[in-house]
Design a binder for this molecule. Structure first.
Ligand SMILES: *Cc1c(COP(=O)(O)O)cnc(C)c1O
Length: 496
């Protein structure tokens, strides 16, 4: 299996290269040349496997340059011992049609763990294969959850150094504390005065700056990415959508006779893109429902075909989705244009220079065939948390609530009541203040008091990694200007 860049088809590399480098040198993203498909027999075999075995099987189809032993090492290292009951992606039935895919049973209580527990294994294995012996410097821009999950995945991993940038005032108190208390010898955390898009743009600019790259190289280092622009981040996310289908098969053939829908609370378009690849591989997914918060750039795009980031940016109670530049949409456009690198590059240029682009009628029609886009307000997010808890006794976080709210709109608008999988992307305890408020409770000043109050009010348990923060030492309190990120990076690495 070879990978091309979305902006230059002449770039043709193996998985190990794509993962080790993170991004193509002209700024494009790596995409597999073809998507492997699974037969009915394959799915039946997968149904009887553990998550580790499913992971090995599915990754093996994409990472064909990895040996059986390497895949085994990566999948076991990532998925044994780090998730509650060794079940990384359990499916909980809310009622007979709606199933919640709980993706927050890992060490940082958000779905990012599903990919970031395995990425360090994939990346160090890839670096060995690509074989330049350089130290890998992982730069991360985070809207809150990626940062902690990446720090936890890469802490003390030999041959790596990890630096995380997050928007000051753009993450929840618990998210900030999770990052600033991170242990490990090779970790660094810094807030920026700016929003997530500023952090992401800053990181991408550093990645593609030839002078900085040369400086690193002279010092026997090179950059890579733990953001979902890295294929090594995206491929593991395909596993849990295939896995959810395997688990749904237990309900019998009749249940799935018209396929099922998947709902994803979306920011950078990484998680939903993984669901798209699962669909391409043969999982009988009907509609992909793309749910946004007030930063509704994607739902507008899916309706009109115009992607326009020139709009107000809102800080919401679902901060991990406060994004106006959804990086992975680039991969989707590459797929839907039949791998038209020139066209994709032109749209990305327009996005960079004018802040908008409009896709062709043909691409818009394809998008509408596969996706439904919707968004909900802050009040709707809060009301959904309350309603779901009152109706089902089930507590969801602010991001999952956006997905449920948009799903309800979708059902109302279309009457489609096929079985559905809703990706639940975070534990409610990461956003205890907002969740308490949504339930109509007063919110204590201290975030741990809030977590305890939420626990008492809902008779649910505080996840151990969140409870442990209370006594963890704060190690970082750095803040920088968004234009100084490059200096901060060189400084930290000890390069002048
Ligand atoms: C990152 C994140 C999202 C958005 O996922 P994308 O892959 O960026 O679309 C949604 N919910 C939570 C809790 C997240 O951490």
């Amino acid at each position: 299996m070879l990978y091309n860049s979305t902006r230059d088809n002449a770039q043709s590399v193996e998985a190990a290269y794509a993962i080790a480098h993170g991004i193509s040198k002209e700024g494009g993203l790596f995409v597999p040349q073809t998507v492997p498909t699974l037969t009915k027999e394959d799915f039946l075999a997968l149904k009887n496997m553990s998550y580790v075995e499913r992971a090995k099987y599915i990754l093996g189809l994409f990472l064909t340059d990895f040996s059986e032993e390497e895949l085994d090492y990566c999948a076991k290292g990532a998925y044994l011992g780090s998730f509650d009951n060794d079940l990384p992606a359990p499916l909980k039935a809310l009622d007979d049609k709606v199933n919640i895919l709980e993706l927050w049973h890992g060490p940082t209580c958000a779905f990012k763990d599903l990919a970031l527990q395995i990425l360090p294994y994939l990346l160090t294995t890839s670096s060995k294969k690509v074989g330049d012996g350089k130290k890998t410097v992982i730069l991360v821009a985070t809207s809150g959850d990626t940062g902690k999950a990446a720090l936890e995945g890469f802490k003390d991993v030999e041959g790596t150094e990890i630096m995380v940038f997050y928007p000051n005032d753009g993450v929840s108190a618990m998210q900030q504390l999770q990052m600033n208390t991170q242990k490990g010898k090779n970790v660094y955390v810094c807030a920026i005065n700016g929003n997530f898009d500023d952090a992401q743009t800053g990181v991408k600019t550093i990645f593609t700056n030839d002078d900085i790259k040369a400086l690193l190289s002279e010092n026997n280092m090179e950059f890579s990415s733990a953001n979902s622009i890295n294929w090594g981040r995206l491929a593991p996310q395909i596993i849990y959508y295939i896995s959810s289908y395997c688990d749904l098969m237990d309900k019998g053939e009749d249940y799935l006779k018209d396929g099922f829908n998947v709902v994803v609370p979306t920011g950078n378009f990484g998680n939903i893109l993984a669901a798209y690849y699962a669909r391409q591989m043969g999982a009988p997914i009907a509609k992909l429902i793309c749910a946004s918060n007030s930063n509704n750039v994607l739902s507008d795009f899916l309706k009109t075909g115009t992607y326009n980031r020139n709009r107000d940016f809102y800080t919401t109670i679902s901060p991990s989705m406060d994004i106006l530049i959804s990086s992975n949409l680039e991969r989707m456009l590459y797929e839907l244009t039949g791998h038209n690198d020139k066209q994709v590059a032109a749209w990305q240029d327009a996005l960079k220079n004018e802040g908008e682009y409009t896709v062709s009628e043909d691409v818009l029609a394809k998008l509408k065939d596969i996706f439904f886009g919707g968004f909900c307000s802050e009040a709707e997010t809060a009301a959904t948390i309350k309603n779901v808890f009152e109706e089902y006794g089930y507590l969801i976080d602010t991001h999952t609530a956006v997905a449920v709210s948009v799903y309800n709109d979708y059902k109302q608008e279309t009457g489609d009541c096929r079985p559905t999988v809703i990706a639940s992307t975070a534990s409610p305890y990461k956003f205890a203040n907002s969740v308490l408020e949504a339930l109509g409770q007063t919110v204590p000043v201290n975030e741990f008091d809030a977590a305890e109050k939420l626990s008492t009010a809902t008779k649910t348990n505080i996840p151990a990694p969140i409870a442990a923060l209370k006594t963890s030492e704060v190690r970082f309190n750095n803040v920088c200007e968004k234009d100084d990120m490059n200096k901060v990076v060189l400084n930290h690495l000890g390069i002048k």
